[in-house]
Design a protein around this ligand. Structure first.
Ligand SMILES: *[C@@H]1O[C@H](CO)[C@@H](O)[C@H](O)[C@H]1NC(C)=O
Ligand SMILES: *[C@@H]1O[C@H](CO)[C@@H](O)[C@H](O)[C@H]1NC(C)=O
Ligand SMILES: *[C@@H]1O[C@H](CO)[C@@H](O)[C@H](O)[C@H]1NC(C)=O
Ligand SMILES: *[C@@H]1O[C@H](CO)[C@@H](O)[C@H](O)[C@H]1NC(C)=O
Ligand SMILES: *[C@@H]1O[C@H](CO)[C@@H](O)[C@H](O)[C@H]1NC(C)=O
Length: 384
């Protein structure tokens, strides 16, 4: 009954126009970031989903579909990796506890993880070019603690946002808008309790320069569509034209992460300040970021973008791809290789050297950090 009413509502909405939309379980949670700090333990904790070729170093010419033996994402062909920071609750006594993640509605029963969208161009199903082998990119900047004035209402500013679910009834008012728009989304962490948890939205830029698979900043080979964000229009990220410098329209990638903040709603500090902090010591949310390493088999992503035209992005309706069961997805996991506790207990500090920095200036790295910087042989069991 509930499912039917959601679909009935969902199909009428402008924002459900995905080509494919799917859940992915957690692969591993640890201080790894093979894009920004290859070969080194990264400064802050990430949660990673996707193929199990993920590692401390991932060479750009690595054949990910070949060296991965499984993926935590819904489609067997997708051995890409996707990652983002982790959210912690800061207890008034100063300890930190990782906020659990739960799957979005209608993406299956995966362990934690995220929901990934590949969205076609607008008008509906405008042809897009799949990412080439070796492609990578980052959206967002973990050092930010404020939005520059020039960002206000820009497409880029709204690409990274947080949805404050009003209550447990996700068919309700707070699901009437596309991610990043409407009265329930903010570009900072919500400053009030959210009865149904917080959904973090990370859109990636859509337009490619056609030349570079990556750039030193992992960003400038890509650009957002031109124009000003119009909060009354769903998915404005796909509506504008690509700039002449970045003329090739790619699928727009969106990851959604649902932070289950509900257990913490009765533990807010007495002064009313919001108690959540991203793993790089960011209590503002302006440092929200996501990383993507393309790893689809052969031309499978292009075929899906060309032929899988379900508005809702239902995996089973995409005949070009092979759908994995929840069980197969949940079995794919990696043991963490950094020998430190990142979740499951109240920590005295965020892993790495990440004091909480409120800004508004950019965050600074701690000098002389003595946190663990080397990996050890995997012995621990993967975190749930
Ligand atoms: C990660 O890289 C290390 C060092 O090259 C290697 O020993 C290990 O097998 C790799 N792990 C995976 C899952 O590929
Ligand atoms: C995977 O790698 C092996 C060994 O290099 C090669 O023989 C095989 O064709 C590759 N498979 C695919 C699907 O690329
Ligand atoms: C803070 O409170 C948590 C939960 O009650 C507890 O586990 C932790 O030990 C406390 N930390 C400190 C530093 O007192
Ligand atoms: C809370 O966030 C809203 C939306 O961005 C903003 O208008 C308001 O000033 C904020 N309130 C506080 C107390 O920070
Ligand atoms: C951590 O602290 C919270 C808040 O007091 C408490 O509810 C929870 O049981 C603690 N968790 C662990 C694993 O110690």
């Amino acid at each position: 009954m509930i499912v039917l009413s959601f679909l009935a509502v969902g199909l009428a909405l402008p924002f459900v126009r995905a080509t494919i939309r799917f859940g992915c379980a957690q692969l591993v949670t640890e201080r790894f970031d093979p894009l920004v700090t290859p070969g080194q333990v990264s400064p802050h904790v990430h949660q990673i989903i996707g193929g199990n070729a993920f590692n401390l170093t991932m060479k750009q010419d690595a054949d990910l579909p070949n060296i991965s033996t499984c993926t935590t994402c819904r489609f067997k062909e997708d051995k890409s990796n996707y990652w983002t920071a982790v959210l912690y609750f800061k207890h008034p006594n100063g300890s930190f506890l990782r906020v659990p993640q739960i799957p979005n509605h209608y993406v299956g029963g995966t362990r934690g993880g995220m929901t990934v969208y590949y969205i076609p161009g607008y008008p509906p199903y405008q042809k897009v070019t799949a990412f080439p082998k070796g492609f990578r990119m980052i959206s967002g900047n973990p050092m930010l603690r404020n939005k520059p004035e020039s960002y206000v209402d820009s497409v880029e500013s709204w690409a990274l946002s947080f949805r404050c679910w009003e209550d447990d009834e996700w068919l309700g008012a707070s699901n009437r808008y596309a991610p990043g728009v409407g009265q329930y989304d903010t570009v900072h962490l919500p400053n009030k309790t959210c009865g149904g948890g917080i959904r973090q939205n990370v859109f990636f830029p859509t337009c490619w320069d056609g030349k570079n698979l990556d750039t030193p900043d992992h960003h400038s080979h890509m650009a957002y569509v031109e124009g000003k964000a119009d909060p009354s229009i769903g998915l404005f990220f796909q509506r504008g034209d690509c700039p002449a410098s970045h003329p090739i329209k790619m699928p727009t990638i969106l990851f959604e992460t649902w932070w289950d903040t509900r257990p913490f709603n009765d533990m807010w500090p007495e002064d009313g300040s919001q108690p959540f902090v991203l793993s790089m010591g960011d209590p503002t949310g302006y440092g929200l970021h996501g990383d993507y390493v393309f790893g689809w088999e052969g031309d499978s992503l292009q075929r899906a973008m060309d032929h899988c035209l379900d508005d809702f992005g239902t995996p089973e309706l995409c005949k070009e791809l092979t759908v994995l069961s929840d069980e197969e997805i949940n079995q794919c996991a990696q043991p963490p290789q950094v020998n430190e506790q990142v979740d499951g207990e109240n920590l005295t500090a965020l892993p790495g050297c990440n004091p909480v920095q409120y800004g508004p200036g950019s965050a600074t790295m701690v000098k002389g950090c003595t946190a663990i910087s080397t990996i050890s042989l995997p012995t621990a069991t993967p975190a749930p």
